[in-house]
Write a protein that binds this ligand. Sequence first.
Ligand code: NDP
Length: 449
Amino acid sequence: MTSVLSSLLDDVLRRNAGEPEFHQAAREVFGSLEPVIAAHPRYAEAAVLERLTEPERQLIFRVPWTDDSGRVRVNRGFRVEFNSALGPYKGGLRFHPSVTLGTVKFLGFEQIFKNALTGLPIGGGKGGSDFDPKGKSDAEVMRFCQSFMTELYRHLGEHTDVPAGDIGVGGREIGYLFGQYKRITNRYESGVLTGKGVGWGGSLVRTEATGYGAVFFAQRMLATRGRDFDGARVLVSGSGNVAIYAIEKVHQFGGTVVACSDSSGVVYDPEGIDLELLRQIKEVERGRLSAYAERRPSADYRAGGDIWALASETRIDVAIPCATQNELDAAAAATLAAGGVAAVVEGANMPCTPEAVAVLVQSGILFAPGKAANAGGVATSALEMQQNASRDAWTFEYAEQRLAEIMNSIHDSCAATAEEYGAPGDYVLGANIAGFVRVADAMLALGVI
Ligand code: NDP
């Protein structure tokens, strides 16, 4: 990194003290930008990086709500409106006890580049709360969502800021949030939230989009080495929205997902994950993964286990981390490399530590960063906004075809950019530069704002 870039990065780290995940995301992007900044001095002259790393607006608010026993509880709500050069702020809401301002800033920063890569008119933002929906009744989740939206609504709008789901925020939460927005504003403004139910403004394929999209990306990337999913054995971490639909698409492409996980343990099922059973437990019963193994004779449950360690026991061709940030470290990457894994594709946001990425790349493993590989979710959110604006509803086949085209185009643009900047096969560099150039050029055109 040049001294100019590294002193800029030092400044970002200093001004955002105590936000390690944001630091990690900023470091990763800065690490790729040297050639583009050197080739185009206009970005430095207009202080694009200084502006890009400073959110346009950061909101932190109190979320009081009453639990089923009548006790008043207080959580903290966040929305970081990071960059709107390309369109309204767009990015999900995460409800998880680990959420801090730094988490939301890391996710919002990533979202700027991801959204730019889709080629669609969406800026970057992210939000959430340290509320834990796990173990809460539907009525408690509803009261929390209503209180959260009672503050957030004034900052939202289909042309301003459009949230969606993320960890802990699925169709149920989006329903309660949208209901409260509609009630307060007295407007049926469908385009203000995405991930809505298909019966009331949602888009077909939005639920599946992130997982499907990651597998479309992976398929395109494997093809560069003359490989595909047919007959492949795959690890998918997590067992939430992204994981479930990544598993479904791998199976449709002829591969077998032999393990998945949650934060308590790992299920190893050499016959292939039974999706119907998994969805029943996770989506209908909102249960734990341990219940899967109890009902499936071929499966073995490993409490507290490490899913990536399976690569030392059995043949694994592709790994798709779909749980959370920093879930795959250097030791896990070394296990995958020793096991002969061909590709690691990030379905989650930043699931691989920087040290893990270094091990994967040095081992010649194809590596797809989340900001490219998991962009299918936000891309389909933008397609949902398009359908809302035109009061239209597309078929599943058409929406899926659009998703596949977008993922192929993101893949090709990352690959071509990496090639152009002298690093063929480096999808991290390709994604960072391709996303950066699109946002930076829009920022230049819009003046110093
Ligand atoms: P969900 O809440 O639906 O699922 C998250 C899953 O990850 C759960 O199975 C959860 O288990 C598991 N998990 C969480 N922490 C850990 C851990 N430390 N170790 C193992 N498993 C863990 O979230 P999503 O599927 O929506 O999101 C997953 C990832 O994908 C996140 O990084 C998110 O930012 C990213 N993403 C999501 C998009 C979307 O459209 N939903 C779009 C783009 C990215 P448990 O139940 O035990 O907590």
